[in-house]
Design a protein around this ligand. Structure first.
Ligand SMILES: [Fe+2]
Length: 407
């Protein structure tokens, strides 16, 4: 089927399911990734057919942005209900303790699960930064991560620009990795007073040897590709499905056999996970987190089963260099009201250089993130078995009825 015909079919289906005002635009990236939908209101409950359509387009496009939700009516409860179609929402480690310790510190899955009360979470400090102008959407759910560049009032001094993060996928370091993550954008920075008309100046442009979050020992080309990050607060993506498809067939076959040993903490035995995943809906094959050390100093580096540590790093650094080439990259600019979903098995992402210590609302960046594990559900509530929840979801969290049944 031709690309134009495929797009026409998709638009017809979209209008049938979501009304005459619904439109699509894509692919957003040269690699074929990315679809933007407009005129799709996520505030009402989705029908199974609507949910199925959205699951299908994500399985083909890897990143789907459903633009223009009205933040006066679309609440974080609506957002979490929507997330339930993709998988079971996962409590974010910032929002709970394990055995009396912050859950993020070592990822240990033992010890009693204890929610951090809302008033002790970062959101309280976030709300005190621009008290009359910008407040987080109300929520209590432990699944919501508030991603922002401000908290508390500016204590004086100039804004600072941090390095971007390291390229990664979300929670790849657990036996059942997160498959879908999503952002709801509330506020994006609109100031463009840095050189070149950008929001920020590239923090690494002055010193190419600056390591940022990375370990020493990667070659110069890989470091250059890693640091080529967007400067307007966009989320940076790399398309690991297109990158896999671009490899020679013989290499694809070899990589299909590769198993990676992942560990939660140094010294653990860990477990084996496939490098290549096959999407069950679209049949699209992709590299899942083909990165030697995606969380430097937080999680152990991974090993290719049957290879030495050095050979593992060499293979994975070569794959990371391949995946981060410009033809597989896409920088997603967040607009308020956008719900942007990505498949972590088919993409890598990175946080951009971000301005902090801000005092101007034009510099504010405020996003809400939800992440999901397990299989999709066309109708809600989900019916995850208690044993499955106990094994994979911290505190066996499930979205309560007041979220699933919200009007
Ligand atoms: Fe992430």
């Amino acid at each position: 089927m031709s690309e134009a015909r495929r797009q026409q079919d998709l638009d017809e289906q979209l209008r049938e399911l979501f009304g005459a005002g619904a439109q699509s635009e894509g692919p957003l990236a040269a690699s074929g990734a990315g679809l933007r939908l407009t005129g799709v209101d996520l505030h009402p409950r989705l029908s199974p057919e609507q949910a199925n359509f959205l699951l299908d387009v994500l399985s083909q496009f890897r990143i789907v942005s459903i633009a223009g939700q009205d933040l006066a009516t679309f609440s974080l409860a609506h957002f979490e209900r929507f997330a339930n179609h993709w998988g079971a929402p996962v409590p974010h480690p910032n929002n709970f303790m394990r055995g009396g310790k912050p859950a993020q510190s070592d990822g240990a899955s033992d010890g009693p699960f204890e929610l951090i009360p809302f008033e002790r979470r970062a959101v309280t400090a976030v709300n005190s930064a621009f008290p009359d102008q910008l407040q987080c959407l109300p929520h209590e759910s432990p699944a919501v991560l508030v991603a922002t560049n401000f908290r508390g009032s500016n204590k004086g001094g100039e804004p600072q620009v941090g390095h971007g993060g390291s390229w990664h996928t979300d929670i790849e370091y657990e036996p059942l990795p997160i498959y879908v993550s999503m952002f709801l954008a509330h506020k994006s920075p609109v100031a463009r007073d840095a050189p070149g008309g950008h929001w920020v100046q590239d923090p690494d442009s002055g010193d190419p040897a600056e390591l940022g979050p990375y370990y020493e020992g990667s070659d110069a080309e890989l470091m250059r590709l890693r640091k080529r990050l967007p400067l307007n607060g966009e989320t940076a993506f790399a398309d690991t499905a297109a990158a896999f498809a671009a490899l020679p067939a013989a290499e694809q076959e070899e990589l299909m056999q590769v198993q990676l040993r992942r560990r939660l903490n140094e010294g653990d035995e860990g477990w084996l996970a496939p490098l290549v995943r096959v999407n069950q809906r679209s049949g699209v094959r992709s590299l899942h987190s083909p990165i030697w050390a995606s969380r430097p100093r937080v999680r152990p580096a991974i090993e290719v089963e049957g290879m030495s540590a050095e050979a593992s790093r060499a293979l994975l650094d070569r794959l990371e260099t391949h995946v981060l080439q410009p033809q597989f990259r896409y920088d997603h600019l967040h607009m308020p009201g956008d719900v942007t979903i990505w498949d972590n098995y088919m993409t890598l992402h990175n946080s951009p250089p971000i301005k902090s210590n801000i005092s101007d609302l034009d510099d504010a960046r405020l996003l809400y993130r939800l992440s999901c594990k397990g299989g999709p559900a066309l109708s809600l509530p989900r019916e995850d078995a208690p044993e499955w929840l106990a094994a994979h979801i911290a505190g066996s969290y499930t979205s309560p009825p007041e979220i699933i049944d919200i009007d």
